[in-house]
Ligand binder design. Structure first.
Ligand SMILES: NC(=O)c1ccc[n+]([C@@H]2O[C@H](COP(=O)([O-])OP(=O)(O)OC[C@H]3O[C@@H](n4cnc5c(N)ncnc54)[C@H](OP(=O)(O)O)[C@@H]3O)[C@@H](O)[C@H]2O)c1
Length: 280
């Protein structure tokens, strides 16, 4: 299996000079001033990675939050995602420019295809358009989201390699074959809904046991499990205390057997939405 990248400190190097912080701040479903405040607060709380998307309708508010935080742009990793209008090689550059304009930024660190939309059948050429942006020095890295192995295979057949696939992973939705496919192709996994939207597994002894042992909360144990499994995670919280809690996961580590016990909570269920049926 090829390695998806090198982990150092609290970052994963996706490409030379492009290291994604392992914990990012999710921003869906925040919009308007709530999104701006959450992002400004998150950056003040130490987040250096923010996750947004055209579809969330908050890129402008997230950009405002970044400006208000007054942080050096080079210190921050910003991810956004394109929707249907960007599904063509020639359209990628246009929707990228529009995203930058909405956010008030001059570049993104990572731009993802939000959904493969296989009925449109343009996701392979859209990947080529994203690679063009990286080749032209306009974007640091590109990736995909919600791509199944069949979609990734078609992308790979054209010699294209996304740095990341952002997919739904939590202890009840481990998506083992999906994750094995990423590992085999050297694609990093970013877990969305990493806390299962405060899922019932937070009360399971496989989670509460390590939490008690390490003096951490169940959510911190689940986030640490993602990191110890080699994944990036983008938990969303608008709350000051929970934002800090979710970032405070770098001073402990789970043992292999503790990780395996959390893996064993997998229900085998697929993600909430089927990427062959749903998209935008
Ligand atoms: N690529 C995609 O298709 C896709 C799809 C869905 C989501 N995403 C991304 O992933 C991010 C996170 O996913 P998500 O929002 O679905 O789920 P999540 O991060 O697993 O859960 C968020 C929920 O859990 C609560 N929460 C946060 N930290 C907590 C803690 N420490 N203890 C207890 N509860 C906590 C939050 O409430 P409070 O805000 O009140 O803390 C919120 O209700 C999104 O914001 C978005 O950026 C991507």
């Amino acid at each position: 299996m090829s390695n998806a990248g090198t982990v150092s400190a609290n970052q994963l190097e996706l490409a030379p000079g492009a290291a994604i912080p392992l914990i990012g701040l999710g921003t869906w479903p925040l919009v308007g001033p709530e999104a701006t405040d959450a992002v400004t607060r998150g950056i003040a709380n130490g987040y250096r990675h923010v996750d947004t998307a055209e579809k969330y309708g908050n890129e402008d508010a997230v950009g405002e939050g970044i400006r208000r935080a007054g942080i050096d742009r080079a210190e921050l990793w910003v991810t956004s995602k394109l929707s249907l209008a960007g599904h063509a090689r020639s359209a990628v550059r246009t929707v990228y420019g529009e995203a930058l304009k909405r956010m008030g930024l001059v570049y993104l660190d990572l731009f993802l295809i939000h959904w493969p939309n296989p009925q449109l059948d343009r996701y392979v050429e859209t990947c080529a358009g994203l690679q063009d942006l990286v080749d032209d020095g306009l974007l640091r890295a590109w990736g995909v989201s919600n791509f199944k192995p069949t979609h990734l295979d078609r992308v790979a057949a054209e010699g294209l390699k996304p740095a990341v696939n952002q997919v739904q992973v939590d202890p009840h939705h481990l998506q083992r074959s999906q994750l094995e496919h990423h590992a085999a192709r050297g694609i990093a996994t970013a877990a969305y809904s990493p806390l299962g939207r405060a899922g019932a597994f937070l009360d399971h002894p496989a989670v509460t046991g390590p939490a008690a042992a390490y003096g951490k909360t169940p959510a911190q144990v689940v986030l640490r499990w993602h990191l110890d499994s080699g994944r990036v995670a983008v938990p969303k919280s608008a709350s000051d205390a929970r934002q800090r809690e979710n970032l405070d996961v770098f001073d402990f580590a789970l043992t292999d057997s503790e990780c395996a016990a959390i893996d064993a909570l997998d229900t085998g269920a697929g993600p909430r939405l089927d990427a062959d049926e749903y998209g935008h």
